[in-house]
Design a protein around this ligand. Structure first.
Ligand SMILES: [Ca+2]
Ligand SMILES: [Ca+2]
Length: 144
């Protein structure tokens, strides 16, 4: 139960972890790693996501994200082969993926505040439901 809740939390915080770790001007959309704006593990096929995976990022363990970001930076990855490294692009709000729309600009997609786990909607709904049950249980216990 706690694992489910913490996993949903981890998934929802990936864009803000990237933003915080790299000091981005905004939180990137799911399109940084996913092929669709709503995200989901089956769509995490962007070139940048593959770079992160090559450096040990495991989406079930958010602690691997910052290490993979550091490794991608140290390795001077350039997912779209435009001569500017992935991390350098992200720091200025650009999209490191081939053909991607920049993240931190008025023409970019909207910021993500709730995460990139659309295809696991039942999981996140379940996590919210479980969270509500835990809360209700705690409330009941507190009233005794
Ligand atoms: Ca590039
Ligand atoms: Ca680029």
């Amino acid at each position: 139960m706690l694992l489910l809740i913490s996993m949903a939390h981890a998934l929802s915080s990936f864009p803000s972890i990237v933003s915080d770790h790299l000091g981005m001007a905004c939180v990137p959309s799911c399109l940084l790693c996913h092929e669709t704006p709503a995200g989901g593990s089956a769509t995490a096929n962007q070139a940048f996501a593959e770079d992160l995976a090559a450096e040990g990022f495991d989406y079930t363990d958010s602690a691997t994200l910052t290490a993979a970001l550091d490794a991608v930076q140290a390795g001077s990855y350039d997912a779209d082969q435009d001569g500017v490294n992935d991390v350098d692009e992200l720091v200025v709000g650009a999209n490191p993926n081939p053909g991607g729309v920049d993240f931190c600009s008025v023409t970019g997609p909207p910021e993500v505040t709730r995460g990139c786990f659309a295809d696991s909607g039942s999981t996140s709904t379940a996590a919210v439901g479980v969270g509500a049950l835990v809360w209700a249980y705690a409330l009941r216990r507190a009233r005794r």
